[in-house]
Design a protein around this ligand. Structure first.
Ligand SMILES: Nc1ncnc2c1ncn2[C@@H]1O[C@H](COP(=O)(O)OP(=O)(O)OP(=O)(O)O)[C@@H](O)[C@H]1O
Ligand SMILES: [Mg+2]
Length: 432
């Protein structure tokens, strides 16, 4: 039976297979430097001119080059949300979100199948990663999310579909390096969720299918890099577009915040491109204290540049990992758009990043302490802290881990491939 491990991430996806009997992460796409990468950004672009669908970096590239079409990202955030059963209009057709996620999963499966040839022709079984909670508060929505994803995977051609928690998969990946029994805390902070596993790891039990006696706790929270982007955007960029702007003759009232929160949230941006929203915003013209800012917002939405702005903010967040300042190039964003006003660039700094993320990071570390409590452990009982997920590159998060676990061994795993590679190991245990 042929099997694979599939990490469908909020921001990036990977797929692991056996090739020539070796565990291998499938090279999915070339990056701008033409090097093959094993990550495929979880993005789709529907081109309006050629009706072609693209995935990953190519999808983002077509969109940012200004080609007419629709870009979808962070689709995993819809699983477990109340939008899960909704449809979205792409050109003249309505697609269910399930269908769109299905296009993406099918494309990953096709690529993996092409890669494993001639060893095998069809990948029949898959272990898919899942966050500990698709939904933190509603178990019914959480179950429904897994059911949706399983149905999507079956439609994409997998006959056997099962799930493993993402941090548990990362634990299996890390365990390959473990030389003596230890208590490990696995921290996976990605684009959508922060997930934790506490587990006893050991080189002797590594290939055991049943690890119940080693398992100590799983926990998580629906908070990750896309939330950090939103916080940073609302605090540092949205004021440029009028967020917080007082309304004239209406003491104590400001421009309604929901436009700005949606504009800072990937999977809601498209809702603002509706003509009715633009008309509503026009109605605020006589009331606002700074018409330039409102004009800038209207121009941004009328030219559907919201996703591009969000990409710029995400890049600024990443740049702030290594620099004290980062530019959000609004002039570039507006370069081919006629506006009534001149556009000013915006610079974000480390301090703004720290201030805007402080609350979310506190919540993540509170969840981490809850995980320890669930297992009846203290911070001191942890031998090793293993980290994976793109957001663990944030210096603020690294500093918090360092100060919470000063005596523990720190192992920085592969930011993007650890979960997928552990899922493949799990698939081998279950389906070989
Ligand atoms: N240097 C960096 N500093 C801060 N954030 C970073 C950095 N590099 C990547 N990220 C963030 O990491 C996130 C993506 O991480 P990853 O690919 O692990 O997520 P994912 O697996 O797709 O999401 P999830 O597991 O939550 O579904 C993005 O939000 C990205 O902005
Ligand atoms: Mg992940």
């Amino acid at each position: 039976m042929t099997f694979c491990g599939l990490d469908f991430g909020t921001s990036n996806s990977t797929i692991g297979v056996l090739k020539n009997n070796a565990h291998t992460m499938v090279p999915l796409e070339r990056d701008p430097a033409n090097d093959w990468q094993t990550t495929l950004p979880s993005a789709l672009f529907f081109g309006f001119e050629d009706d072609q669908v693209s995935f990953g970096r190519k999808a983002i590239g077509r969109y940012t080059s200004g080609e007419a079409g629709r870009l979808l990202r962070s689709m995993k955030s819809l699983l477990g949300s109340s939008f899960m059963d909704d449809s979205t209009q792409v050109k003249n057709r309505f697609y269910k979100f399930d269908e769109i996620i299905g296009f993406f999963i099918s494309s990953l499966r096709r690529q993996a199948e092409a890669f494993v040839q001639p060893d095998t022709t069809a990948l029949e079984s898959v272990v898919i990663g899942r966050p500990v909670y698709f939904n933190d508060t509603d178990p019914a929505l959480d179950r429904a999310a897994e059911e949706h994803l399983a149905a999507i995977a079956r439609i994409a051609g997998f006959k056997n579909v099962s799930f493993q928690f993402e941090p548990m998969a990362a634990a299996l990946d890390y365990e390959r390096q473990v030389v003596a029994e230890e208590v490990a805390l696995i921290i996976d902070i990605g684009g959508g969720t922060s997930d934790f596993t506490l587990i006893r790891l050991s080189p002797d039990r590594h290939r055991n299918a049943d690890r119940k006696s080693d398992f100590l706790a799983n926990h998580g929270i629906h908070l990750g890099g896309t939330d950090f982007d939103r916080r940073l955007s609302v605090a540092g960029i949205m004021p440029e577009f009028g967020y917080g702007m007082p309304l004239k003759d209406r003491p104590g009232l400001n421009m309604p915040g929901h436009y700005y929160f949606d504009l800072a949230t990937w999977h809601k941006i498209h809702l603002l491109y509706d003509r009715r929203v633009l008309m509503e915003l026009e109605d605020f013209r006589p009331m606002v204290s700074d018409k330039n800012k409102l004009d800038q917002l209207i121009a941004l939405l009328a030219h559907r540049r919201g996703h591009q702005l969000a990409s710029f903010v995400e890049q600024a967040k990443i740049d702030l990992s290594n620099n004290s300042e980062a530019l959000v190039d609004l002039k570039l964003l507006f370069k081919d758009i006629e506006t009534r006003t001149s556009i000013n660039n915006c610079t974000l700094n480390e301090h703004q990043l720290q201030q805007s993320l402080r609350f979310d990071i506190d919540r993540i570390f509170t969840t981490l302490d809850e995980t320890l409590k669930m297992a009846g452990l203290t911070r001191k009982s942890i031998d090793t802290v293993f980290t994976t997920g793109g957001s663990t590159a944030l210096p603020m998060i690294q500093a918090r881990i360092e100060s919470a676990f000063p005596a523990a061994r720190r192992v920085a795993g592969d930011l993007y491939n650890s979960v997928g590679s552990g899922l493949l190991m799990e698939a081998e245990l279950r389906y070989r």
